[in-house]
Write a protein that binds this ligand. Structure first.
Ligand code: S6P
Ligand code: ZN
Length: 190
């Protein structure tokens, strides 16, 4: 057992801002997301897409990592801004997302090609079962902010999603967001 004293973090429920300063904020810009969007348009590579603010605890299976994600509104072509998406490196590690503000979709998929898309907004409590890759998509006009809580040794497998993509993508339709098959799903798989 790690010798970690209990502690409290204050969270602004509207903005997702944490009182605990974190110097390991992850910032993803369009330049970091090459290959993510189906139709890459001539968009500013420096444009900020999302940030992750972790509360630091040891990444072991005795601890619960937790972090705030702030995903900006925007689109590349008809596709909404989204996170890279990942499986957990330890596949069976589950996760909880609590929506704080904004409007989004949580796209989840298994390695055998099943997919589920769930809503995200203030008050949604999404359960990401073990074995399901997950990606959040901002379909609204303001930032999508959510809390993620997950088993500390889960780790990240980004490579599988980078290679295969998700079975579906979320695009802007004439009446709002539409989920459609991803034509590039597993197109590069060996
Ligand atoms: C971690 C959890 C989230 C994401 C974050 C960014 O298990 O699912 O904290 O890391 O939303 O997404 P991504 O796919 O770039 O890690
Ligand atoms: Zn995760």
């Amino acid at each position: 057992m790690t010798d970690l004293a209990p502690f409290t973090t204050l969270l602004d429920l509207d903005t997702g801002e944490l009182t605990r300063d974190s110097d390991t904020v992850v910032a993803r810009r369009l330049a970091d997301l090459t290959g993510l969007f189906l139709h890459e348009t001539d968009t500013d590579p420096e444009r900020l897409v999302y940030r992750v603010f972790p509360v630091e605890v040891p990444p072991t299976n005795a601890n619960l990592l937790h972090s705030i994600t702030v995903l900006e509104p925007g689109r590349v072509g008809d596709e909404y801004f989204m996170t890279k998406g990942h499986f957990h490196a330890v596949r069976d590690r589950a996760e909880i997302y609590l929506g704080l503000s904004g409007t989004g979709r949580l796209v989840m998929a298994t390695e055998d090609g099943r997919s589920v898309v769930e809503p995200m907004h203030r008050g949604t409590l999404n359960y990401v079962s073990g074995g399901w890759a997950h990606r959040s998509v901002n379909v609204g006009d303001g930032p999508l902010v959510f809390l993620a809580v997950y088993i500390g040794d889960a780790g990240y497998d980004y490579a599988t999603i980078e290679r295969e993509g998700f079975p579906v993508r979320v695009v802007e339709g004439s009446d709002g967001p539409v989920v459609e098959p991803n034509p590039r799903y597993r197109a590069n798989a060996s």
